[in-house]
Write a protein that binds this ligand. Structure first.
Ligand code: BT5
Length: 338
């Protein structure tokens, strides 16, 4: 796919030109913009302008075209593009300022990990309308059809490796806040990386890092939110456990509105983490939203299965499970099987 070739060669110019054309149309509002003025302004041929307009149309934009006058924008799809998200961000925001959008990718995390090596700006996003090889943890797959919000945030600020597990917990609190504020639903957090609504998984988080010794050089936080996916399209094996915001609320969620909230919340929490004020500052909020604490759990840990009562979470996000024999096991990383 050409878009993939674009980032593989490090040439994101075409994407930049398309976004500049889109910005011009957005600024023009109801007014017509002529092909000639775009070609002059952007120093590209009229054919190139025309090709970009065709590609915007393929993405769902609609233009009215009047011979000899130009084009005017008639319909704007809810896509996560730089010119559409930018106006919703705080002026000082870094997260979400740069966006690499693709109609289809294997995995936004895979591309983001590669782009992170090219020193792209801190807070850049990789998003895709669909993923063909969406990644879960431990080699599992993530169902990512059109209609969902699939993104990866590239974080280019070094921080100590020992606090890396907190990144996933921060991300889940940021998603929870954004869902509260934008969709008006109170999602629950299942330790360590799931968000549930009415007991069904509606969001998964996959943080990946590259570290040099004790220091994380860069991190990628992948977030998948089942926003506008019809209930019946979930595959058989996850239908019982998974759902979407649209299926559960009956409303269509605006990706731009949800993502701008998420960026604001996540940036605040991440900046605190880098300054040394990580999960501890939001652990009470996490506890209140927890689906896990106070329930009987079975956790798969690197050291084997642990079964007992999920009693507490400490200020670094480790889970304390009281076994039937009364002993408490502290779990730094693992996965709740039930
Ligand atoms: C996760 O893994 O929950 C992390 C998912 C992260 C997805 C995002 S999307 C953007 C970015 N790019 C990527 O390639 N990935 C990230 P895990 O805890 O391992 O859960 C995976 C399990 O959840 C699967 O084995 C299924 O049982 C279930 N599952 C798969 N797709 C789902 C979906 N869309 N909604 C709910 N559950 C799903």
């Amino acid at each position: 796919m050409t878009q993939v070739a674009d980032w593989e060669t490090g040439n994101l110019d075409a994407e930049g030109t398309r976004d500049r054309i889109l910005s011009t149309f957005l600024a023009a509002g109801e007014a017509f913009v002529s092909g000639g003025s775009l070609s002059e302004q952007l120093q590209i041929s009229r054919t190139a302008v025309w090709k970009h307009i065709r590609s915007l149309e393929q993405m769902g934009f609609q233009f009215e075209s009047v011979h000899g006058t130009g084009y005017r924008l008639q319909r704007i799809p809810d896509l996560v593009l730089e010119p559409l998200l930018g106006p919703h961000l705080r002026p000082t925001a870094k997260l979400g300022r740069r966006i690499h959008w693709f109609p289809s990718l294997d995995s936004t995390n895979a591309v983001a990990m590669k782009l992170a090596l090219q020193e792209v700006a801190h807070g850049s996003l990789v998003t895709a309308a669909e993923q063909t090889g969406g990644r879960g943890r431990r080699g599992r797959t993530w169902f990512s059809p059109q209609g969902g919000l699939w993104l990866s945030i590239i974080l280019q600020r070094p921080f100590p490796l020992r606090i890396a597990p907190e990144l996933t917990l921060l991300a889940s609190v940021a998603v929870k806040r954004a869902l509260d504020l934008e969709v008006g639903v109170a999602a629950k957090i299942k330790w360590p990386n799931d968000l549930l609504l009415e007991g069904k998984k509606i969001c998964g988080i996959l943080a990946e890092i590259r570290a040099d010794g004790e220091q994380v050089e860069h991190a990628v936080v992948g977030i998948g939110i089942n926003t506008n996916i019809p209930a019946e399209s979930f595959p058989h094996d996850i239908k019982e456990r998974a759902s979407s915001l649209q299926a559960l609320t009956g409303r269509t969620v605006s990706h731009i509105a949800l993502l701008s909230r998420l960026m604001t919340e996540f940036e605040t929490l991440f900046d605190q983490l880098v300054l040394g004020h990580g999960f501890a500052t939001i652990s009470d909020e996490w506890r209140q939203a927890s689906h896990t604490l106070g329930t009987k759990v079975q956790v798969q840990t690197p050291a084997g299965l642990v079964t007992g009562l999920a009693e507490q979470i400490d200020d670094h996000g480790a889970l304390y499970v009281r076994r039937d024999n009364g002993e408490v096991t502290i779990i730094q990383s693992g996965e709740i099987l039930f």
